[in-house]
Design a binder for this molecule. Sequence first.
Ligand code: HEM
Ligand SMILES: *[C@@H]1O[C@H](CO)[C@@H](O)[C@H](O)[C@H]1NC(C)=O
Ligand SMILES: *[C@@H]1O[C@H](CO)[C@@H](O)[C@H](O)[C@H]1NC(C)=O
Ligand SMILES: *[C@@H]1O[C@H](CO)[C@@H](O)[C@H](O)[C@H]1NC(C)=O
Ligand SMILES: *[C@@H]1O[C@H](CO)[C@@H](O)[C@H](O)[C@H]1NC(C)=O
Ligand SMILES: *[C@@H]1O[C@H](CO)[C@@H](O)[C@H](O)[C@H]1NC(C)=O
Length: 395
Amino acid sequence: MSSSTKPAILSTLAYLSLFFSIALSSCSDGFNNKAKDVNITNCKELTTLGAEFGWSYTSSGLNGTKVHIILGARLQSEMGWLAWGVNPGKRPQMVGTRAVIGIRQQNKSLVIKTYNITKDTKLGCQLLPSDNIGVEVSNAKIEYMQETSYLVIHAAMILPLEKYNISELNHVWQVGHYAEDLQPAMHPTALQNVDSTETIDLATGHARSAGHHRRHLRMVHGILNMVGWGTLLPVGVIIARYSRRHPIKYRHWFVLHAGCQITGYVLGTTGWAIGLWLGHASKYYTFHTHRLLAMFIFTFTTLQMLALRFRLKENDEYRKHWNMYHHFLGYALLATIAVNIFQGIAILEPNRTWKSAYIGILGSLAAITLAFEVFTWAKFLVDKKRSKNTQPKPL
Ligand code: HEM
Ligand SMILES: *[C@@H]1O[C@H](CO)[C@@H](O)[C@H](O)[C@H]1NC(C)=O
Ligand SMILES: *[C@@H]1O[C@H](CO)[C@@H](O)[C@H](O)[C@H]1NC(C)=O
Ligand SMILES: *[C@@H]1O[C@H](CO)[C@@H](O)[C@H](O)[C@H]1NC(C)=O
Ligand SMILES: *[C@@H]1O[C@H](CO)[C@@H](O)[C@H](O)[C@H]1NC(C)=O
Ligand SMILES: *[C@@H]1O[C@H](CO)[C@@H](O)[C@H](O)[C@H]1NC(C)=O
């Protein structure tokens, strides 16, 4: 890679991750209207669970800050619960959170209560409402929007000044799928669920999440793999297949092919290494299939890359078999890579942009391949016809 392309790639990456994170930030119209109905004007989409959060506050002369919040998220099933809370401790985390939890019960009735979430809750002890959570909560309301399956909770609360600083407020949100009476049952512990915390400045809405470096790295990991393995390698294959002889004869096709594969390999391997580190650093989860496929892809792509170096001579008698092997493995790898990128997108569940972007890339590559394929055949047929006309073969 030349020294001038490196900054270009880096700034493209930075731009891409900026683009994806900006796409995360504003609220849907439906939710915005709900928030405006209760006089809440600040609104943002939270980083996980598709949750949207609105707030307003008044720093009155009381002993605390009066904060008015609204939270909405889509329930995956008929019943479920939605929680929002503040944590007076040092870190935004589940244990120690004082929460408002809205439940949609099996019989479709809605309840909203306050809860003090402790170590014991995490250990699986039952979570029951507490009237006193050290935060005065009033006007707690819960609503279910049938059309969108959205559960929305809103409440006003007074946060005591000595425990809560609204320029760095630790807040936590969560969605669960089951509840028994007034007891919310444990939520899933997927990536999105354990990432549902941040420290927010209510004045600006800016937030920093506990694992924001890791979250950023996951994005970079995803983009590098999508560009490296997922785009450049297939482009290199297309170049090798269609510019070597038919339909285009380009003398320097091998340089282009090798350039694409090497750049793709370097970017993909960097993404892969970041992925290894991420897997190592996550306490909650191992994604077995994703990991296994990644190992397979790295190992065999490395073999393919060695092939660029140790190519057999044109006239070697093993060349034909060798080519077959190289091509077959290449196509198998491309399929595995696509599968694993979709796996990764499913784990990260970033937003719809990612999946559409990658489907767009695959779709364009498929369209280009199809066009070349049709063109090759058409050219082949025309050439055959012409050669028949000009120089008819003797019988
Ligand atoms: C209903 C009973 C609940 C149970 C049994 C439960 C259990 C757990 C468990 C086992 C973890 C796993 C990760 C680990 O090992 O640290 C976890 C993480 C988490 N839970 Fe809960 N939970 C419950 C309710 C809630 C509620 C109501 C909230 C939000 C207000 C919440 C927010 C979180 C968050 C943000 C994490 C990420 C890790 C952390 O901050 O500690 N949970 N929970
Ligand atoms: C919102 O503000 C308007 C004007 O200040 C007021 O009339 C209305 O009652 C408020 N609505 C709520 C739900 O507080
Ligand atoms: C502020 O706190 C003091 C003592 O903690 C209490 O007596 C007083 O009523 C509180 N004021 C308001 C407006 O809540
Ligand atoms: C909530 O639980 C914590 C333990 O995590 C406890 O120290 C605190 O006193 C409880 N708060 C109230 C208001 O009961
Ligand atoms: C709240 O946090 C801000 C920013 O960290 C800090 O400047 C301010 O002094 C804090 N206020 C209180 C009352 O601790
Ligand atoms: C729904 O079920 C809950 C218990 O799960 C019960 O307390 C409540 O009264 C029921 N509501 C209706 C409308 O039947």
